[in-house]
Design a protein around this ligand. Sequence first.
Ligand code: PMP
Length: 419
Amino acid sequence: MADWHTTIRERDFPMLEQAECDGRALIYLDNAATTQCARPVQWALESYWRSQHANVYRGAYCLSRRAGEAVEEVRQLCAEFLGAGSGNEIIFTAGATASANLLADAFALTELRPGDLVLATEMEHHSNLLPWREACRRTGAELALAPVTGEGELDLEALDRLLERRPKLLAVTAVSNVLGTITPLEEIVSRAHRVGCAVAVDAAQAMRCALPGVDVLDCDFLYFSAHKIMGPTGVGVLYGKRAWLEKLTPPRTGGGMVRALPGMEPEYEDVPLKFEAGTLDLAGVAGLGAALEYLHAVGRRRIAAREQALLRYTEKKLRELPGLRVLGSPRRRAGCVSFTAEPLQPLDVAMLLDSQGIAVRSGSHCAIPLHARLGLSGSVRVSPAFYNTAEEIDILAAALARVLDSARKGGVLKDKANG
Ligand code: PMP
C-alpha cells in the first residue's frame, strides 16, 4: 500500500506529477516561498466564484447574508486553528506582510512616541522588519535588532540586555525563512512580558510545523499567509489579543469599519471589523478556510512530522557534499535549509539545478541583515513540504554533486571566469 503522503501527493497535488518546465519534470523544493495549492482548496475557490459570490455585511438579501456567514465561519476556524479566544481576535489581511504593516502602523499611531524602543531580530524577513523600521522612523522611536549566534540561534542573553531598556514591542519570527531556526517563543514571550514588552510573532513559515497555539505562546500578535499552507495568495491573518485590538487605533479607514459618523468623527465598529476597511478578498477568505480544513483533515502533526523527517534527510544529504556549506546548525529546524557553495554564486547554483528541473530559491530571501551577519550576500535555499519525496532529495543531492564536481574540475568556474 502506498504511503499516505504518496496518496495525497497524487490525489491533491497532481501538478507535482504532471508539471513540466521547458520539457523537464518538475521537482518543486521552494515551499518556503509558496506551497502548491491543494485541489480541495482550488475546488473551494471555484465553488465560491460559481455560486457564493456577493459582498458581505451590507446586504439584506440571502446571498450576501450567506457570504457574511461564510466569512465569520472562516474567522472562527482561524481562531480555533490558532488557539485564539474568539473570532474577534482574527483580522483578515492580504497576507503576512500586510498584517505586519497594519499592526506596525496601528502601533505607531497609538503607542509609539519619540525615544521609545522597538526590537526586532537579525533573522527577520524584511516583511517583519521594514514595517517596524517605518513605524519607528515616523514616530521618532528607535529600532534595535537582537543578534543571532553563529549557530543561527537567537542570542537570548543579548536579547535580555536589550529588554532591560524596556522596549514597547518585540517583532520576532517563529521560524527563520533562511536558517529554518525555530525560535523559543514561549521563553522569549515570557522574558519580554516581564518588562512589559508586547510580542508580535511572524508565523509565516511556522503554520505547517505544529506551532503551539497563541493561548500557549501568550504572544500579543501573530500573523501568517494562506499561500504557505496550500491556500491561495493574497490573503492572510493578523491575530491580536482582544484587549490590544480594542486599544489600537485603526490606521486604514474606509467602508465597513465605522458604525456612525457624527460630525465626521468616526465611531469605529467593534474588533475585528474596525481593522478591515473596504471589501475583503472574499474568495481568498474562502480559500483560506478550505486550506485550514485541509491541514486539519491531513493532520497537522502528521504534516509536521513528515516535514521534519524530510528536512533532516535533506540536511544530512547536503552536509555529505564536499564544498557545500550549510548555514547554521540550530537546535530545532523547520521548513528549510540553506547553503552556499563558494566560489559558485547562489544564482548560478539555482540556475544549474533549474536546468535539471529542480526548483530551489537563491538570493537573500528578503533577509539581507541575516546574510550580512553571516558575511554573505545570498544563499541557496531548499524547502521541502510534506508532499515531496526522499527520492526528490536524492535527485537534488546527485545534481548538486555534479554541479560541485564540475566546478572543482574547472568547468563551471572556468566558464564563469571566461564569461
Ligand atoms: N515572513 C516570513 C518569515 C516569510 O518567509 C515571508 C514570505 N517569504 C513573509 C513574512 C511574507 O509573506 P507574504 O509575502 O505572504 O506577505
